[in-house]
Design a binder for this molecule. Structure first.
Ligand code: HPA
Ligand code: ZN
Length: 344
């Protein structure tokens, strides 16, 4: 059985996906025209040619510029719908998606325009595609904690009724340690939000420890550089901390020179609950299944590894126990008798 079909058939969750990072060049051009927004590109090819970043900040500069085409609720709806269709085609049964409200409110787009467009798409995706979802708002760590608090306050009604389920931390990691947001994360925990933070993507292993110890996160996004600290790795493994790893993104931004040197297998062997995710698929060259296949081929992962990655994604999700149990039973069924036959 070929690996791509095997992985597609495994029920799995995507836990690290920035919706604004799913804005592919075609959609960017279409929305720029639809909204009369001036972008510095004349064609899809020119947009693709601009994706030459090798550092997080270079990527973020293009990412923030790209999101300027998102103006109306319909734009956010279309963006999220396009992503959900891809995720469903890749065999995702559940997604927990990030959005960056400050990236929109700073441009004069109201919080509700972004949130309502996305939430409408998530609701339709549940009905039409059978993909369940949760929405996580991220705060931009290059901005102040007060700015993050302002976004958190705007989200109040959405948090109160569960439409926003979690708080995350993204953007420029270097010199913006997790502890900068300690009070905000404490307030978010008090409001019942689940907590995640990017750490150890470009920042040091100590930022991963800080996200766990000072922010009290439920998951670490990326976490690659935790491997530089063996004692921290043991602690993360003992806690069963989920890492949302993004192989194709890491190739561009995390200094992984070649997928054959990607740390995913080392993470699994160290007992870490690693998962596979796409991060910003429109920018990094692949959606969920592409990420699985790229890393599995390069590292010669076997069927058991692939099932473990899918299992980690369900267990590390913020679904309730009954939903997790149901997905895990289906996963066991999908893997039974087939995992041994997957060709690496
Ligand atoms: N890292 C940090 N911030 C981000 C990313 C990322 O990969 N994508 C979108 N915002
Ligand atoms: Zn990310």
């Amino acid at each position: 059985m070929d690996m791509r079909s095997f992985v597609r058939a495994l029920p799995k969750a995507e836990l690290h996906l920035h919706l604004e990072g799913a804005l592919d060049p075609e959609t960017m051009m279409r929305l720029a025209r639809r909204n009369g927004v001036d972008i510095p590109f004349r064609s899809v090819e020119e947009i693709r040619a601009a994706y030459r970043f090798t550092e997080l900040q270079d990527f973020l500069d293009i990412y923030y510029r790209g999101m300027d085409v998102l103006r109306t609720e319909e734009d956010f709806y279309d963006l999220a719908t396009g992503y959900l269709e891809r995720a469903a085609a890749d065999g995702a049964v559940h997604v927990e998606v990030f959005f960056d409200p400050q990236g929109h409110t700073a441009r004069g787009i109201p919080f509700a325009v972004a949130a309502d467009g996305i939430l409408a798409a998530l609701a339709d995706g549940r009905e039409r595609l059978g993909v369940t979802s949760l929405l996580i708002m991220c705060v931009l760590r290059h901005l102040s904690e007060d700015d993050g608090f302002a976004a958190f306050r705007e989200a109040g009604p959405y948090i109160a009724d569960g439409r926003i389920a979690g708080l995350g931390l993204d953007s420029t990691e270097r010199d913006n340690p997790p502890a900068k947001f300690e009070r905000l994360f404490a307030a978010a925990r008090g409001a019942g939000l689940r907590l995640v933070a990017h750490a150890g993507e470009e920042g040091p292993a100590s930022y991963v420890a800080e996200a766990v110890d000072r922010l009290g996160v439920d998951r670490i996004d990326h976490g690659n550089r935790a491997l530089e600290d063996p004692a921290l790795v043991r602690r993360l493994a003992e806690r069963g901390m989920t890492l949302t790893v993004c192989p194709l993104s890491n190739l561009r931004l995390c200094g992984v020179p070649d997928m054959r040197r990607h740390p995913l297998k080392r993470m699994l062997d160290a007992g870490l609950k690693a998962t596979v995710n796409s991060d910003d698929p429109a920018y990094f060259g692949g959606y969920l299944l592409d990420n699985f296949v790229a890393v599995a081929e390069a590292l010669e992962l076997d069927g058991a590894d692939l099932v473990a990655l899918a299992r980690n994604s369900i267990e590390g999700s913020f679904l309730d126990d009954a939903a997790k149990r149901a997905h895990l039973d289906r996963l066991a069924g999908a893997a039974a008798g087939r995992a041994e036959q997957v060709r690496p």
